[in-house]
Design a binder for this molecule. Structure first.
Ligand code: BMA
Length: 814
């Protein structure tokens, strides 16, 4: 087979305009216009609105390509488009070959009769999605009035990432273009259409079945052979076999007597076997992990559990929700994705949920998750919308499901397929869903409980399917039941309840809960002018897509902290609030391990610089919450709970072996006098959460509550130490002295080391690199005593930096 890569430089022109610009494909109108200086950076100030207007126009992408005489002589010539965004007309040499209307699909067209030997011209016209959505007529004359906050009416009619039309964290700029690879394939022999893997795990051994299917036309011809090679993770053992294809299918099986099993992060290694499949004219390579992975819904005393079970082991899913990484999709490079997933693992995640309002990530995303042991909860791309499920729409979705399931099903990291985000529960409870024609409910059931699961099963009969997130039983039954299925819990934040409310619930799996904060000041500076730097300015409000969010941040601030003295302090305190909120939730969920088996907060990343629920901002900068996640998701995590005049210390062990935890609990004053102290040491069994001990708050605290706090220093059996703090009164009512914090920096070959010390209690001590970016070994720590605390910055700094930092703590905010 010969592949002619059509990526690279194309020419782009708005239809009806004279000027054309070079564009690198994969690429888009936005990537081209930004690169060529046609528009100003759409993320700067309020430029997003002008960028949105661009998409009332049609755009034409053109390039030429050569087909040699030899390639032209081959039997089959196909155009393969891995991602066309979205309403595209494709022409080769002036003849229209196809129309497309789904950015989530891989299109393969037989173009033999359109191409010629020598130079060919391909032209792809992307029609305006704004025109389409405003002119669209429902297949049965019905009206849809639901519009997601920050979204655009009519986005539901187009199979294009919903959030490209805006969301409550992202701008509405529905870019257009060729967003993934594109190529021409010329072949003579058999093209491998798909490869299906099945694993049978029995008494420690694995039978790996490989089922290779040749594309339709080829399967008719006799004497087709398929060979398969399986290479062990270390590359040392290679086994090959060959089989004749019957009706286009060849099946081979390999007995793997001593399989190296794949485990999620924290539970073991993530070895990957390489499997090469070859026909006479095609070759495909896969990396697979040997494991069983599904969801257990075993009935128990509370209801039904909802937990991932890998190789027979139930584990607590820890992580967050993933949204598109950029508004300009061609900027989402594998390196950037790798950095994000590495940051997730660095913060001890073992799971990510790919949320249904974006795109199906490209293969590298899953390769990286396979390599790093991150289980993927994979939504199909539907979120918060009412759909007109016409016959064409249903067929289009079925094709999309088939394409993506075939592309992703072999990945070790694939944990679950989910029908959609929040649509089942929206039909039950959301005001914006009320008043729609009832037949839309049939459309819902047809799509999510028939078309999608049926197509899924035809292509992946192994991976667990969950109809919607959240759901309990499907079919609108008891969707918000806390004792069955998963939950999106938003009463903290959207419902305005205090952080403590998490502790009143015992969810089985909390797949969304979240709290907003502003991004880092450096990030805000990148999209504002000095005069914009007030959270209620027009520019700051444009970079805040949840209309009531600034008010919420301020209301939670009022519950916890004193009014911040300036803009910078407000940004910082908002991040502390977010970190506290997520920590309160996750610690409670993990204390209830067994009953609760999953916590995926909303959300890990942003698609532009914005105030949002993300714990890592658009530029990859860690907010306080990401640092705290590293602790609250630690495989062996300690938590401190001060309630009813008692301080209780807990440890959750999400590992396979028993561990030991030592804890010193002290009740202290802000000038470090110790009013009470107790030490504990306890063995914590594998996969458990235990109460280590309790300490009564001493009477000596009476009358001076506002000067006192409880500290718990957890030291695990590897020597790793962490300090948890809870004040006796609320932080806003504490009498904090202005601490003198010394910070000595030493530069080593591979790191900067900062020795911090304070003369009085300094909660939430933050380090920020003055120049450049990087991730500290810890941050937003509490300085609770005379001793030095050491923080490291390893050599992964990006940008120019001499290691210089600014230091502040809570007392600096007022
Ligand atoms: C969740 C998500 C998103 C949204 C978020 C914050 O429920 O599914 O729809 O961005 O809430 O409001």
């Amino acid at each position: 087979m010969k592949t002619i890569d059509l990526c690279g430089i194309w020419s782009l022109r708005a239809v009806g305009e004279d000027t054309s610009f070079p564009v690198t494909v994969p690429g888009s109108v936005l990537s081209c216009y930004i690169e060529n200086g046609v528009i100003d950076d759409p993320f700067y100030r309020d430029n997003e609105y002008a960028a949105n207007e661009l998409f009332w126009k049609d755009y034409e992408f053109t390039r030429s390509f050569e087909v040699t005489e030899t390639d032209f002589g081959r039997k089959k010539i196909e155009l393969v488009c891995f991602g066309l965004d979205t309403l595209c007309d494709i022409y080769i040499n002036g003849q229209k070959i196809a129309e497309t209307d789904n950015m989530h699909r891989t299109y393969i067209f037989d173009v033999k009769k359109y191409v010629k030997a020598g130079e060919n011209l391909i032209r792809i016209v992307c029609r305006s999605v704004h025109r389409f959505r405003t002119e669209y007529e429902d297949s049965r004359g019905r009206e849809i009035h639901n519009v997601q906050e920050g979204g655009t009416k009519g986005n539901e009619y187009i199979r294009k990432a919903h959030s490209m039309f805006g969301w409550d964290w992202g701008p509405a700029i529905p870019d257009a273009g060729i967003w993934r690879n594109i190529e021409v394939r010329c072949s003579d022999g058999a093209v491998i259409d798909e490869v299906i893997f099945h694993q049978e795990h029995r008494s420690g051994a694995v039978v790996l079945k490989v089922d290779a299917r040749l594309s339709d036309a080829d399967s008719m011809e006799a004497n087709r052979k398929v060979s398969v090679t399986v290479i062990s993770p270390d590359g040392r053992q290679t086994r090959s076999a060959c089989a004749a294809a019957e009706n286009g299918c060849a099946q081979l099986a390999f007995d793997i007597a001593e399989p190296e099993l794949w485990w999620p992060a924290g539970l073991g290694e993530h070895p990957l076997y390489t499997v090469k499949v070859a026909s006479d004219d095609d070759e495909k390579e896969y990396r697979i992990g040997l494991r069983t992975l599904t969801v257990s819904q075993y009935k128990d005393e509370w209801g039904s559990e909802f937990c991932f079970i890998v190789n027979g082991v139930k584990f607590f899913a820890m992580g967050a929700n993933y949204i598109p990484e950029d508004v300009v999709y061609s900027r989402i490079t594998p390196d950037r994705t790798r950095k994000l997933i590495e940051d997730a693992v660095r913060a001890n995640y073992n799971t990510l949920r790919v949320w249904g309002g974006g795109y199906y990530p490209w293969d590298e995303f899953y390769d990286i998750c396979d390599e790093l042991g991150v289980v993927v909860w994979q939504d199909f791309m539907f979120a918060c919308n009412v759909y007109d499920v016409s016959e064409h729409f249903a067929e289009n979705v079925a094709a999309e499901v088939r394409d993506n399931v075939r592309r992703l099903r072999h990945h070790a990291s694939l944990g679950l397929w989910c029908g959609n985000n929040e649509i089942e529960s929206a039909w039950v409870g959301w005001d914006s869903f009320k008043g729609h024609d009832e037949s839309f409910i049939d459309d819902y059931l047809h799509l999510f409980e028939d078309v999608i699961p049926k197509t899924l099963r035809e292509n992946d009969d192994v991976t667990f399917y969950w109809p919607s997130s959240p759901s309990s039983y499907g079919t609108f039954k008891d969707t918000e039941n806390e004792n069955v299925g998963d939950i999106h819990y938003w009463k903290v934040w959207h419902g305005f309840l205090p952080f403590d409310d998490y502790r009143k619930h015992f969810f089985r799996f909390c797949s969304e809960f979240g709290f907003q904060s502003f991004p880092l000041e450096k990030t805000v500076e990148a999209y504002t002018l000095p005069e914009d730097r007030n959270v209620f300015s027009e520019v700051m409000e444009s970079h805040q897509k949840n209309s009531s969010a600034n008010g919420k941040i301020l209301a939670y601030l009022a519950q916890n902290f004193l009014y911040p003295k300036d803009f910078s302090s407000l940004l910082y305190v908002s991040q502390i609030l977010q970190a506290m909120a997520m920590k309160t939730g996750v610690e409670h969920f993990r204390r209830n391990r067994g009953r609760c088996m999953g916590a995926l907060y909303w959300q890990i990343n942003d698609n532009w610089p914005v105030a949002s629920w993300a714990s890592i901002d658009y530029y990859g900068r860690w907010k306080a919450c990401q640092y705290y996640a590293a602790d609250f998701y630690a495989p062996l995590a300690g938590s401190l709970l001060v309630e009813n005049d008692k301080a209780a210390v807990w440890t959750a062990n999400e590992g396979k072996s028993e561990r030991t935890m030592k804890v010193i609990v002290r009740v202290k004053t802000i000038d470090f006098s110790i009013l009470a102290q107790e030490s504990f040491e306890k063995t914590v069994p594998a996969f458990s959460s235990v109460l280590i001990g309790e300490v009564a708050i001493p009477d000596t605290v009476r009358g001076r509550e506002s000067e006192c706090f409880v500290e718990a220093i957890f030291t695990d059996d590897s020597g790793r130490s962490r300090t948890e703090v809870t004040p006796i009164k609320l932080y806003k009512h504490m009498k904090l002295a202005k601490p003198n914090i010394s910070c000595e920096m030493t530069e080593y070959e591979d790191r900067y080391e900062y020795r911090l010390r304070s003369d009085s209690f300094a909660p939430f001590t933050e380090l920020v690199l003055k120049n450049g970016d990087g991730i500290f070994s810890e941050n937003y720590i509490h300085l609770t005593g005379d001793e030095h605390r050491v923080i490291l910055m390893k050599s992964d700094i990006t940008g120019e930096s001499d290691g210089e930092v600014t230091v502040r703590s809570l007392r600096d905010t007022y």
